[in-house]
Design a protein around this ligand. Structure first.
Ligand SMILES: CC(C)(COP(=O)(O)OP(=O)(O)OC[C@H]1O[C@@H](n2cnc3c(N)ncnc32)[C@H](O)[C@@H]1OP(=O)(O)O)[C@@H](O)C(=O)NCCC(=O)NCCS
Length: 176
């Protein structure tokens, strides 16, 4: 059955919604894909070419921009900001920039990860499976699976069992 947006929800026809998605009021969705049973809090914006998996929780006031992929069962806290342009400019050659003037840099949040409220996720990073990003963190580099990171710039606090030491991936280390 097609989802019928409430009067205070803006859900473009281009949005692909899974089954039993829960959407609060004052949400703005366009050109994105939302998986089954995911819950989206109020005042969330999710842009085109962003993908949110199944059974995710996207808390109020979060901004998910173009180029972000959020896999299944991810928790995103309140007021989390994703970024897709490392050096943004308003204009090019004296005119307002259009999409032709810049390139989206993609970001991936792997399954089961959690992102604390107020975190800022720089473009181009991968947040590993089951990792936890602390409230207010500014994440500039990849977060290994199972890592708990916090701070600005975010640093490794600890590892959840089955996590970073076993991942062997590029990313944050605990030695600074
Ligand atoms: C990151 C987090 C998971 C760490 O929890 P924890 O493992 O219990 O860590 P602790 O509280 O024992 O703190 C460990 C160290 O990290 C620091 N720290 C913890 N959270 C931090 C944060 N968000 N930013 C900066 N430093 C943080 C602590 O000050 C402490 O430092 P110290 O060892 O120098 O004293 C937690 O603090 C957090 O930020 N959770 C997100 C909560 C959230 O946003 N929920 C959203 C829904 S309401």
């Amino acid at each position: 059955m097609t989802y019928q947006p409430g009067p205070l929800q803006k859900i473009a026809a281009s949005v692909k919604l899974g089954e039993n998605v829960v959407i609060n009021d004052f949400v703005n969705l366009y050109g994105c894909s939302i998986g089954d049973e995911t819950k989206i809090g109020p005042f969330v914006e999710i842009q085109k070419n962003a993908f949110v998996g199944k059974r995710c929780k996207i808390s109020s006031h979060t901004f998910v921009c173009e180029g972000v992929t959020i896999e299944d069962e991810v928790f995103v806290g309140h007021g989390v900001v994703f970024i897709n342009d490392r050096v943004p400019r308003a204009t090019a050659d004296g005119a307002l920039q259009t999409e032709k003037d810049w390139t989206v840099i993609e970001t991936v949040v792997k399954s089961g990860a959690s992102i604390g409220s107020g975190a800022v996720i720089m473009c181009g990073v991968t947040i590993g499976a089951n990792a936890v990003v602390g409230a207010g963190a500014v994440v500039l580099v990849d977060v290994p699976q199972g890592a708990v990171v916090a701070g600005n710039p975010s640093r490794l606090i600890r590892t959840i069992s089955g996590g970073a030491e076993e991942s062997g991936g590029r990313g944050q280390s605990g030695d600074s």
